[in-house]
Design a protein around this ligand. Structure first.
Ligand SMILES: N[C@@H](CCC(=O)N[C@@H](CS)C(=O)NCC(=O)O)C(=O)O
Length: 207
């Protein structure tokens, strides 16, 4: 398989899960800052111009962090990334949809790519400030939900956790310090101790 990623981007969640699963893969960097996601060779892989994209062994391409995360957990059962109950699986999907749809694309993306969300480029700084305030509020909601838990679902690690780890790495962009989010800070340290996380950070040049 081939995972198309950008260092520290949301694709890191899928990269971690591939390492957790022990899945044979090649990690291919896409330079977002150089606009490689808009070039024809990448558009042929993912016309949405986003990472992650996972090219599977049969050549088919899977996109979207929640879908890729679920697929890895389903296909590598020995890694025990899939919760044992329907309730657990449903809660993991609930987390991933919230993190991806609201906190990431409805929050952080509006901060770092504010110019895409306004008609007049002069309005981008104000839009970014509003997005920062909204994202800080979302992070407070994440913190409240995580309080008293070791992982997103409670005691058990699951396919939802790597994306939560990615968000924990980004809190500074919302003007938050990780120390102000103690449950998220403890979670981040817990996840960072996992060999699969260390291996992924190393490949992405972040360790
Ligand atoms: N909904 C997508 C979001 C993917 C996404 O926004 N990826 C960012 C990196 S974190 C990206 O590729 N951005 C490039 C761009 O928007 O030009 C998912 O969950 O996979």
């Amino acid at each position: 398989m081939k995972l198309f990623y950008s260092p520290g981007a949301c694709s890191l969640a899928c990269h971690i899960l591939l390492h957790e699963a022990g899945a044979a893969h090649e990690a291919v960097a896409v330079s977002l800052k150089d606009g490689a996601q808009f070039q024809p060779d990448y558009l042929a892989i993912n016309p949405k111009s986003k990472v992650p994209a996972l090219v599977r062994d049969d050549g088919t391409v899977l996109t979207e962090v929640p879908a890729i995360s679920y697929w890895i957990a389903s296909n590598f059962p020995q890694a025990q990334l899939m919760p044992a109950t329907t309730e657990g699986i449903t809660r993991a999907i609930e987390w991933l949809n919230w993190m991806s749809g609201t906190v990431h694309n409805g929050g952080f993306t509006r901060i770092v790519r504010a110019e895409r969300f306004v008609g007049d480029p002069l309005h981008a700084p104000a839009a970014a400030e509003k997005a920062k305030a909204d994202t800080a509020k979302y992070l407070d909601q994440v913190e409240a939900r995580l309080a008293g838990r070791d992982f997103a679902l409670g005691k058990e690690y699951s396919f939802a956790d790597p994306m939560l780890y990615v968000l924990a790495r980004w809190v500074g962009r919302a003007g938050k310090s990780i120390e102000a989010l103690p449950a998220l800070a403890a979670f981040k340290a817990r996840i960072e101790a996992r060999p699969a996380v260390q291996a992924s950070l190393k490949v992405e040049g972040l360790s």
